[in-house]
Write a protein that binds this ligand. Structure first.
Ligand SMILES: [Zn+2]
Length: 408
């Protein structure tokens, strides 16, 4: 299986490439101590000794963003709306809130720039929206930013990964307010990377959670076809891979086989791991899904769709799937989304709930299309389509029959 050298969208977070050692000033606990000292110091604005702190405000799961504006034919670029610790303190003070270090969540650092990065949830401070708007900053859905990101631009993809990680952490904080053991309040510890029950007799610790999901392209080797499915929540004409949650006591391979059988009645034999992708843009009850991608080979071909799970599932030959990849206008969708983000930041576009628009990944020319390059499904599909079909068949014919390994 080909090795993916380029990380998927939401992976490759540049703030997390190296975790500082516990005693390092850029590590979560020492950094929080310094930050708290700076907050108490009324001369914060003049504080120059490193590290410096940058804060990314979030409102209802949306990070603050700016857009640099595309001049002429250039597509606008969005950027995360980092603010200084001093500005964050001032903004909150204007809303009558005193900034407390414990409401900041550590995101990571860039020691080469002397900066430590934090996120803060300001959902309760509605007044900030107007205040930021005067600076051409707007809270934008991560999913919208995802579609608006040029996936060939590694710096922009790094910003998207930071936004996704921060959103996942803050969502986890907001759904883990109370102890599942005794019901008391949970408080953040270790700069927000853990939470602990405030009940002295309980002190249960919880860790940010990841929900693994298997996602698989089912392949029929004999006929050189792949199984694509449609869900009713998909935009019209979009087809994708099967996916499903892992059940307790189940291996990933078993989950692939069970989900495929339950949803389509197809039996799966060999299951081959492809790659994985953090997916922080699912439902808020699951702040970070981890999509674990596979190619899985069918042992039976007859489709029997579970209509409660899927709208449809069909075998498609390689040429048709290649057309679905070729004709979909992902780049056009990206430009449209980038322009909309620009309009939101400039205050031209007032609507906040634009996510639905951006689920449309544009497939105007295609009779069918598949999810865009920011989704692992796209890569599971395209890596099958662009495998050398002759080699694929040959490899299949060379599969060892009983005892033939010794003759290779
Ligand atoms: Zn407890």
């Amino acid at each position: 299986m080909a090795i993916n050298l380029k990380p998927h969208a939401f992976a490759g977070n540049p703030l997390r490439s190296k975790t500082p050692k516990a005693e390092d000033p850029f590590a979560p606990i020492p950094a929080l101590e310094t930050l708290k000292t700076q907050l108490l110091d009324s001369t914060t604005e003049h504080h120059v000794s490193p590290p410096t702190f940058k804060v990314l405000p979030f409102r209802k799961g949306r990070p603050l963003a700016s857009s640099n504006g595309g001049v002429g034919d250039l597509v606008p670029n969005w950027n995360l709306g980092w603010i200084s610790l001093a500005d964050c303190k001032d903004y909150l003070a204007n809303s009558g809130v005193q900034l407390n270090g414990d409401s900041l969540v550590y995101l990571g650092s860039r020691p080469e720039d002397d900066v430590v990065y934090w996120a803060i949830d300001v959902s309760d401070e509605g007044g900030l929206v107007t205040e930021f708007a005067t600076k051409q900053l707007s809270f934008v859905e991560v999913r919208t930013l995802m579609v608006a990101t040029d996936w060939a631009d590694s710096v922009a993809m790094g910003e998207l990964a930071i936004a996704g990680h921060a959103r996942a952490l803050l969502e986890w904080h907001s759904i883990s307010r109370f102890c599942g053991h005794c019901g008391e309040k949970m408080v953040p510890i270790e700069a927000g990377s853990r939470k602990q029950c405030s009940n002295e007799l309980c002190k249960k610790k919880v860790y940010p959670r990841v929900d693994p999901v298997v996602i698989m392209l089912i392949i029929d080797r004999e006929n050189d076809c792949a199984l694509l499915s449609k869900q009713s929540r998909f935009v019209p004409r979009m087809w994708s891979c099967l996916a499903g949650f892992i059940e307790p006591g189940e291996s990933l391979e078993e989950a692939v086989r069970r989900e495929t059988w339950e949803e389509t009645g197809i039996e799966v034999g060999e299951v081959v791991y492809h790659s994985s992708q953090p997916w922080p843009v699912g439902p808020s009850s699951m702040p970070c899904q981890l999509m674990v991608g596979f190619h899985a080979y069918a042992k039976s071909l007859e489709i029997n769709v579970d209509k409660e799970e899927l709208e449809d599932a069909q075998w498609h030959n390689r040429e048709d799937v290649k057309k679905a990849l070729t004709f979909a206008e992902y780049q056009k969708a990206q430009r449209t989304a980038a322009v909309k983000v620009e309009q939101m930041c400039k205050g031209v576009e007032k609507g906040q709930n634009l996510a639905a628009d951006f689920n449309v990944e544009s497939g105007e020319l295609a009779t069918m299309f598949v999810p865009g390059p920011f989704a692992i499904a796209h890569h599971l599909i395209s890596s099958w389509v662009y495998q050398d079909s002759f080699n694929g068949v040959e490899a299949h014919l060379k599969l060892p029959r009983s005892g033939s390994m010794s003759s290779l």
